[in-house]
Design a binder for this molecule. Structure first.
Ligand SMILES: C[S@@+](CC[C@H](N)C(=O)[O-])C[C@H]1O[C@@H](n2cnc3c(N)ncnc32)[C@H](O)[C@@H]1O
Length: 231
């Protein structure tokens, strides 16, 4: 995972969704869930400071549990969103819920913080464990084809000769701007980890932004959105 400094966590916590580079992917995720979250218990794994958890709650979920390895992110998420009926847990590896507890799960911008394919598989396997059979996991993750493109809020610098597992710099234009050490993964890496964890990949989307005020978000999708099903 990336080691966020306190000021990076504060800057990340101040980011919203609307008008940011992630907006098209979150809109797409909302379509993938359609109305399936109404009244359900949902997990947001790698919830950061809680914007993605709040997003899931706004789709009609009854309960949303945000889980993250970073204590400072969880502290800010609790401060910002506890009054919205969300609950947040600091986790290292194990999600503190029984097998097949959740009706659905979401994970956004988390897989690129896995440093090895083994680590990526471990987090997906743990999400799989706590999901009910036939339930949906929606993943938002960086599009490897987006490297080097210019985006409003987050863009990943292109490097020559990248291989799976190499570190890449993602610049987040927050206040202040900062750089996250992400990991370069190909689509094949994502597909392999998804299926090895036991999920069926149902759909992959490459959502573009529409309208004015964007940079390359209208030309090359910054993120891929995967709809997966627990088989
Ligand atoms: C870029 S942030 C995204 C946060 C949030 N999902 C959002 O979209 O705003 C990625 C988060 O994933 C968390 N993370 C990375 N690896 C993790 C792991 N193995 N277990 C739990 N959380 C993890 C990081 O601590 C970080 O808060």
């Amino acid at each position: 995972m990336h080691k966020y400094s306190s000021s990076q966590v504060e800057s990340f916590a101040a980011l919203g969704i609307v008008n940011t580079t992630t907006e098209p992917a979150f809109r797409c995720a909302a379509r993938m869930f359609s109305n399936s979250l109404r009244g359900k218990a949902v997990l947001d794994f790698g919830c950061g400071a809680g914007r993605s958890t709040m997003f899931v709650k706004a789709l009609g979920a009854r309960t949303v549990i945000g889980a993250d390895i970073n204590k400072e992110m969880i502290r800010l998420a609790k401060k910002k969103y506890n009054s919205h009926g969300l609950a947040f847990y600091n986790v290292t590896g194990r999600i503190p819920f029984r097998d097949s507890y959740f009706d659905s799960a979401f994970t956004a911008h988390m897989l690129v913080e896995s440093r090895t394919t083994k680590e990526m598989l471990a987090v997906l396997t743990e999400i799989y464990r706590v999901l009910k059979p036939s339930s949906t996991l929606v993943i938002v993750t960086s599009n490897p084809k987006a490297l080097g493109h210019e985006y409003k809020v987050g863009y990943t610098k292109r490097k020559k000769g990248l291989k799976s597992g190499d570190r890449v710099d993602t610049v987040i234009n927050g206040r202040p701007s900062f750089t996250i050490k992400d990991t370069y993964w190909t689509e094949q890496d994502y597909h392999r980890a998804i299926s090895q964890a036991g999920f069926k990949l149902v759909k992959a989307s490459y959502p573009l932004a529409k309208g004015k005020g964007w940079l390359d978000e209208t030309k090359v999708a910054p993120n891929i959105v995967y709809k997966c099903m627990k088989t």
